[in-house]
Design a protein around this ligand. Structure first.
Ligand code: CUA
Length: 174
């Protein structure tokens, strides 16, 4: 039985291509760190949203108060509400619908409150690049300034059961 001791490692100088790859990897890594930090501050995807605890009863009561004050029509069973600009507006999510339908003015600001009465849902409003989780027990308050006239589709972006694919609505923007 022999034991062969391993020979001590020989340090080879880096070849030019190894050096280049190392520099490339370093520069690439640093630019990703820089881009991530820059986007964190300046990226337009950062939602201007706050989450606060709220009970389902309180949220429904506030939504109903808005509906009572500003409803001007109905589509089926769903009230169509035209709240004034710069006001607080409410949408309730529940399996599997959004309630009520809002009609807002293009270019005006609203504080949009969202909450769920049952499961976690997702509020996706593509025209204004908004995608927010809607969770029972909390309200999300989002600065909304509708940018495009017409019907802005609301799509549920979080799987919430059998009716999830049909959980759509719209905000009418005029
Ligand atoms: Cu609600 Cu998916």
């Amino acid at each position: 039985m022999h034991c062969v001791a391993p020979s001590p490692p020989v340090r080879q100088p880096l070849s030019t291509s190894e050096r280049l790859w190392l520099i490339l990897a370093l520069v690439w890594g640093l630019s990703i760190v820089a881009a991530t930090s820059w986007w964190h501050v300046h990226g337009r995807f950062n939602l201007n949203a706050q989450a606060r605890p709220i009970t389902a009863e309180a949220f429904v009561a506030r939504t109903q108060a808005m509906i009572d004050a500003h409803t001007f029509g109905k589509e089926g069973d769903v009230p169509v509400v035209r709240p004034p600009a710069d006001s607080d507006v409410y949408i309730v999510a529940r399996a599997w619908s959004w309630w009520p339908t809002l009609e807002l003015e293009k270019g005006r600001s609203y504080r949009l409150h969202l909450s769920s009465l049952d499961y976690p849902h997702g509020f996706l409003l593509q025209t204004d690049n908004i995608n927010a989780q809607v969770i029972p027990g909390f309200e999300q308050v989002i600065e909304l300034k509708p940018s495009t006239a017409g019907d802005a589709m609301i799509v549920c972006s979080e799987y919430c059961g059998l009716g999830h694919p049909g959980m759509t609505s719209r905000i009418k923007v005029r």
